[in-house]
Design a protein around this ligand. Structure first.
Ligand code: SF4
Length: 470
């Protein structure tokens, strides 16, 4: 139950099946990506170059009411987006897809990730008298594409030139009046894949979307690759080269859904392996092992299989908490109590090993230990299916400051005392890459090691978010 905020999720579809309603398909796809963001969602539908869209705050049913979905109608191309969950308020202008009008008609765009040269690009655009509605990366990217489009013969060339100006980690989905385009950053830090539903092409942040829609996963978009779908089919262009790759390893730990296969590796299998490794690295005697829902479950199963200690449910998560509740109950402790409960029947009088995906600030872990003790656990041994999280991530939508990361100022023993556990063990940083050993890409593991795959020295989130439009 990571305290790191979720990622965003992107989706795009180019319809080749006459009977398909692509607004409905996009709506369903966003349900499959809901875990990547709960603060807002949006859908844009393109019918003959005329784009209708709707964006709203909250989880899918709150964000996109039925009547708005019907109003979007159907069309040839559609984009969908779920926005990350964060403590900060997100203005309506910062929800996606962003739909804009420019010299070539309309353009819709959404993304997952973070542009590290945002401030520089925005300043350059500001000097050219650009007028911004939002304070996010997406609008800056849209502007850069629009400026390139004036100089180029096609939208593909404009996007190709524009992405070369971006630094950072991103998966972008966009639609022009006649094309659907997806681009993955040159190091493959953020995930993006494509597949088919019947004859229609689909791009998405995760492969679980294809299963949910009854479609077929084709492959991951390669680092630096641009996928273009038009009335002649799908075209692939290698638009950027990089000497290294750096897939975000936290996708396996937390961001992605367990039924996703990411760059050739099952997320569920990676989590199980983390649990197996934890059992070897931090063995302890106990009556049963349980996982913190959702992301700790697979690792707990792995720990159980490797150690021979039985697996049982120790914690129950309330899955029906929407944004309205989050807004009403600002008290974190109260919120955590509503979100999670211990299963007293299983826990009472037992020595419990509890597995979670990560520890950022420590408050959630302390709460979990408290819950298990209050339910009568004799001993609580916490195991974490990732290493100590000591550095901020500048390559996702969320940057928890270093001073808030408990592992940046406390040792493992001190954290153990702080959360009130009988013992605590983290997966070693050296063994982390082996959880996804079949992956052909190298990994970013900077939040654990400090080895950022790209220069983040000019990345100041404070500056970035202070550029609010008055
Ligand atoms: S710093 Fe961590 S969370 Fe951020 S991209 Fe790298 S591995 Fe992923």
């Amino acid at each position: 139950m990571s305290e790191l905020h979720d990622e965003c999720g992107v989706f795009g579809i180019y319809k080749n099946n006459e009977n398909m309603n692509i607004a409905d398909e996009t709506y369903l796809a966003l349900y499959a990506l809901q875990h990547r963001g709960q603060i807002g969602a949006g859908i844009a539908v393109n019918k003959d170059g005329n784009m209708k869209y709707f964006k709203g705050h909250g989880m899918i049913p709150e964000a996109i009411p039925e009547k708005e979905l019907s109003r979007l109608g159907s069309g040839r191309i559609a984009l969908g987006h779920v926005k990350y969950s964060s403590g900060e308020a997100v203005d309506h202008e910062n929800l996606a897809p962003l739909v804009m009008r420019y010299i070539k008609g309309q353009l819709a765009i959404c993304m997952n990730g973070s542009i590290t040269n945002f401030s520089e690009l925005r300043e350059e655009l500001n000097q050219g008298a650009a007028i911004f509605q939002s304070n996010g990366d997406t609008e800056v990217i849209a502007y850069v594409i629009a400026r390139e489009r004036i100089k180029t013969a096609s939208i593909e060339d404009a996007v190709k030139n524009a992405v070369k100006k971006l630094k950072g980690a991103y998966a972008i989905a966009l639609m022009s009046p006649s094309k659907l385009i997806g681009v993955r950053d040159p190091m493959g830090i953020r995930p993006l894949c494509y597949g088919k539903i019947g004859d229609s092409y689909v791009i998405a942040s995760e492969s679980c979307v294809f299963d949910s829609l009854g479609g077929e996963f084709i492959r991951d978009v390669k680092p630096g690759e641009m996928i273009v779908v038009d009335d002649e089919g799908l075209h692939s262009y290698q638009v950027m080269e990089s000497s290294k790759t750096a897939l975000c390893i936290f996708e396996y730990v937390y961001f992605s859904r367990p039924d996703t296969v990411l760059d050739g590796v099952s997320v569920a299998r990676a989590r199980q392996r983390a649990g197996e490794l934890l059992a070897k690295q931090h063995p302890i005697e106990a009556d049963f092992v349980c996982g913190v829902p959702d992301c700790g479950i697979e690792s707990a199963i792995g720990y159980s299989m490797e150690s021979g200690i039985k697996y049982a449910t120790g914690l129950i998560k309330n899955k029906y908490i929407g944004r309205a509740f989050n807004d009403r109950k600002k008290n974190n402790e109260y919120l955590m109590r509503i979100k999670l409960n211990a299963l007293k029947h299983n826990v009472e009088g037992k020595r419990v090993i509890v597995i979670d995906d990560s520890i950022l600030k420590g408050a959630t872990s302390r709460h979990i230990v408290d819950l298990l003790r209050a339910a009568g656990a004799k001993e609580v041994h916490m195991r974490i299916a990732s290493p100590m999280f000591i550095n901020p991530c500048y390559l996702t939508s969320d940057t928890t400051p270093k001073e808030d990361l408990i592992a940046s100022r406390m040792t493992c023993e001190e954290i153990c005392r702080y959360i009130g556990a009988d013992s605590l063990g983290f997966l070693s940083a050296e063994s982390l890459p082996s959880i996804a050993k079949e992956c052909k890409l190298d990994f970013c593991d900077a939040c654990f090691t400090g080895n950022y795959p790209l220069d983040i020295s000019d990345m100041s989130r404070t500056d970035k978010y202070s550029q609010k439009i008055e």
